[in-house]
Ligand binder design. Sequence first.
Ligand code: FAD
Length: 503
Amino acid sequence: MSTFDSATLAPVKNVVIAGGGTAGWMAAIALVKLLGKSLNITLVESKDIGIIGVGEATIPPIRTFHKLLNIDEKAFMKATQATFKLGIEFEGWREENHSYIHSFGVTGRECWAGEFHHFWLRAQKLGFGGEFGDYCPELQAAKANKFFTNESMPLNFAYHFDAVAYGRFLRTLATEAGVHHIVGNITNVSKCSQTGNLTSLQVDESQEVNGDFFIDCTGFKGLLIEQALHTGYDNWSHYLPCDSAVAMQTETVAAPVPYTKSSAHKAGWRWQIPLQHRVGNGLVYCSKYMSDDEAKSTLVQQVEGEPVNDARFIKFTPGKRRLGWNKNCVALGLASGFIEPLESTSIHLIMTGIVRLMRLFPFDGVTQSAIDEYNTKYDSEMAAILDFIVMHYKVTNREDSPFWQHCKNMPIPPSLTHKLNLFKDTGRVFLDDGDIFRVDSWTQVMLGQGLTPNQYHKVADEMSEAELERFMMGLKQQVDIQVSRLPSHQAFLDKYLAVNSRA
Ligand code: FAD
């Protein structure tokens, strides 16, 4: 039943965004460009409280977001020192000396009855077929450090970029498009004593910023959604043991590869994100099994180039806000929760939150039905990502440290147990409604982590053994030929970014 009386609904005209990190500026640019004629948008950010500055790896739907906002790719890439990303290499996740790539794109060919991996599984049983990744152009291009894109060769890709520069880039576009920008510290959040809705932000001592609707992008602290509205947080640390990270940027020592590197260590994992001008590095770890000092010294020993800044520690609690939308406030970015940096889903979730909010935008007043719709979708999206991330820790042969022994024995969500059993027993992949990862992703990671199905779909038996062998060889040859013609990632970047952009 609706808790809002439609007769008393207050129209929404003035939107206030609190926070100017990636989430704040993504929300600002999207709202002003797409709904700017109906809304006044103000963004308040502190110059004293910095942004988190570490979210630098993305997944392909960010390109759709940029297209929607008419953001010029070359201008964006130049401004943010971006490189192309075709996937993630997982080193030491299945066992210490093993690595695989989870790439974007399609592996093999899609078939209406059963996915490509069933044909590959049958080929494996018959003793041919090679590696699963042999059939994915994005994966092979990543391995060969190659890249190319145009309309006739649509590799599926995302970007690595400098997060601070991305915020600056979006800020310029958003303020030019009409976002009112206030720099100052939010010192108080006022609420209506009757409805509990937010009414204004006190900025420093001098300014009160009133709003009809608020977007909380203040990072982990959730100044509006938590500190003012006491929404509550679902803590998922029983599923996700890592709670700390130490980050450091280093000089570039080699041409950037078109993939993120994720290397497992005895108490978590390490990331390497190559940009044009530097590399972003970080060690993610579980504080129960590794001290901050050990984490920092491990990172310092393992980075390849000279550090360009001091190591910075970040503490987090994996989980999500109980409600992504509460009263007249939506939380985006870290204010709405944080699962884990593995698989680079956080910036993507900012985007899906923005799109969902825009579709449900309460121009004529906030209704409970819109809030419920937003939160149901938000919950299912977060739950599906949780399953996908937990799988990396759970499906492994590693037991070589107390951390990995903990992962082996930790509980997992029942929905993930079902997905793993289904794949193991039948080779079938189950996707939740809100799942942002496709069958290709689930299959690559489950196989990569060492989970091999006992069965395959019998559609693969429709071919004779000889036909199957020809089919597989043909597909592999196509991939090999396509990849052999690609330039190196660096050569492509140099050429592509030398051509003038719109902005
Ligand atoms: P923040 O960057 O923390 O910004 C908060 C803003 O709020 C700032 O502008 C600050 O000034 C403002 N603010 C706070 N308090 C006040 C106040 N009182 N008054 C005024 N302003 C205030 N995501 C990915 O997609 N890919 C990745 O590879 C990735 N890696 C990550 C690695 C780690 C270790 C972590 C912790 C996160 C990672 N993320 C990643 C997540 C990503 O960093 C965030 O989703 C993204 O940066 C958005 O952050 P944010 O804007 O929500 O918060």
